[in-house]
Design a protein around this ligand. Structure first.
Ligand SMILES: [Mg+2]
Length: 353
C-alpha cells in the first residue's frame, strides 16, 4: 500500500488561539528547587484549593521489582484535575522546597490545559508541515504574527510553515504582512491576493526574499486554471481534485502548468481525502508536502478506518463508509432534498455540451 507524505497538519484558523503569554515567562527565582513553583505562581494561574486537591487524591505504594536507588517501594500521590489525572511524586527524603516544584508540575498538568493551539497541533503528531490561515476578517496582522510565531515554537526550526491568506490582502497589505511574518521562516504564501494581476505584482515585490507565492483560488475558481501559470503570477499551484473536476482533469492541469504543485483537500471526509491521495500518488514529483491531513478537523468521519495522518503519512486506498456512522450523521430530510435537487441540476449541466 502506498502512503503519501502529507504536509499540513491542519488549516489553522484564527480560532486556534496563540500561546497564552503567561506560559512564556521564564522563571527567575534564585532557588532552583523553587523555580517551578515560582514559575507557576508567576503565571497567574490560580492554585486549586487543598480540599479540591484532597477530594480526588490517592496515595499508592508500588513495590519495585528489585531494589532501586535504595528503595524497595515507590509511594506516589495522584490527583484528578479538570485536565485529567496527574502525579505528585517527589522522593520521600526531599524537603518541601524541592517537593513543591514537583507539586507545581502536578498542578500544571492536572489543572491547566495546554495552550489551545498546541492542543490542536497535538492531533497531528508526526506532521512536519503546518498551514496557517491568515488575513481572515476580524483578525489583525498582530494576531496572525502571534499565531505563526507560536506554530514555529511548536514545530521547532525544522518544521515547515506555509500561510494561506485566501486572497484577503491587497498588494500593499500583502507586502507589509509578508515582511512581518517572514521572520518565522515560511515555506510559501498561498493566494496572498485575490486576482492574478495582484499575485503577479506581489510575487515581483517579494521575489528578493526568496519566498514562493502559491495560487489556489486562482486555479480552482478561475475560468482558465492555467492563466495564473501562463501569467507567471505564482511559483507553485495548489491542486484539489474535486474543484478541478477529478484526478484526470487535475493531472492534465499539473502537466500543462509546468510548476510544482501541492495536492490539497477541501475539508472532506475520508472518501474525498482518498480522491486527493490517489491524485497525489499519480503525480510523478511532489516537491511539497500534501495538505491532506484534514479529516481530524471534523469531529467525526463517516468511515471506521479514517484516512487520518499517521506520523505524517496518509494511506492511498479507497474508503468505504460505515453504515452506523452514516446513519448517525444523516442530514435532515430538507437538507437531503436540497442535495438531491443540487445533484439533479449539476447533472443536467454536465450532460449539456
Ligand atoms: Mg487555499
Amino acid at each position: 500500500m502506498m502512503r503519501m507524505e502529507v504536509g499540513h497538519a491542519s488549516a489553522l484558523r484564527p480560532g486556534a488561539q496563540a500561546l497564552n503569554s503567561d506560559t512564556e515567562g521564564s522563571p527567575t527565582s534564585r532557588d532552583g528547587e523553587q523555580r517551578h513553583a515560582g514559575a507557576l505562581r508567576q503565571t497567574g494561574h490560580m492554585l486549586p484549593s487543598l480540599p479540591d486537591m484532597l477530594s480526588s487524591a490517592r496515595v499508592v505504594t508500588l513495590p519495585l521489582r528489585q531494589r532501586f536507588r535504595g528503595i524497595e517501594s515507590r509511594e506516589v500521590m495522584l490527583f484528578e484535575g479538570p485536565a485529567g489525572w496527574t502525579e505528585f511524586s517527589p522522593f520521600l527524603e526531599y524537603g518541601d522546597a524541592e517537593a513543591s516544584a514537583w507539586l507545581a508540575a502536578a498542578i500544571d498538568f492536572g489543572w491547566h490545559q495546554a495552550p489551545a493551539l498546541f492542543r490542536i497541533l497535538d492531533r497531528f503528531l508526526g506532521c512536519r508541515t503546518v498551514k496557517v490561515k491568515v488575513a481572515e476578517p476580524g483578525q489583525r496582522l498582530a494576531d496572525d504574527v502571534a499565531r505563526v510565531v507560536a506554530v514555529r515554537q511548536y514545530l521547532g526550526p525544522e518544521g515547515r510553515i506555509r500561510l494561506d491568506a485566501n486572497g484577503g490582502w491587497n498588494v500593499d497589505e500583502a507586502e507589509h504582512a509578508i515582511h512581518a511574518l517572514a521572520p518565522s521562516d515560511l515555506e510559501y504564501v498561498e493566494q496572498p491576493c485575490a486576482t492574478v494581476d495582484e499575485l503577479a505584482d506581489i510575487r515581483t515585490r517579494v521575489k528578493y526574499m526568496g519566498l514562493p507565492i502559491a495560487a489556489d483560488e486562482s486555479v480552482r475558481k478561475a475560468e482558465d486554471p492555467l492563466e495564473v501559470a501562463t501569467a507567471k503570477a505564482a511559483d507553485l499551484l495548489v491542486i484539489k481534485a474535486q474543484p478541478l473536476g477529478g484526478i484526470r482533469a487535475s493531472l492534465r492541469i499539473v502537466d500543462a502548468a509546468r510548476l510544482p504543485v501541492v495536492v490539497s483537500s477541501a475539508l472532506e471526509t475520508s472518501v474525498g481525502i482518498s480522491m486527493g491521495a490517489h491524485l497525489a500518488a499519480a503525480i510523478p514529483e511532489l516537491a511539497y508536502d500534501c495538505g491532506l491531513a484534514t479529516v481530524s478537523l471534523l469531529s467525526s468521519d463517516i468511515a471506521a478506518d479514517s484516512l487520518v495522518a499517521d506520523r505524517g503519512l496518509v494511506d492511498v486506498r479507497r474508503v468505504t463508509p460505515d453504515a452506523a456512522l452514516l446513519a448517525r450523521f444523516s442530514a435532515d430530510a430538507d437538507r437531503v432534498e436540497w442535495w438531491n435537487a443540487r445533484l439533479e441540476r449539476c447533472l443536467v449541466l454536465l450532460s449539456t455540451p
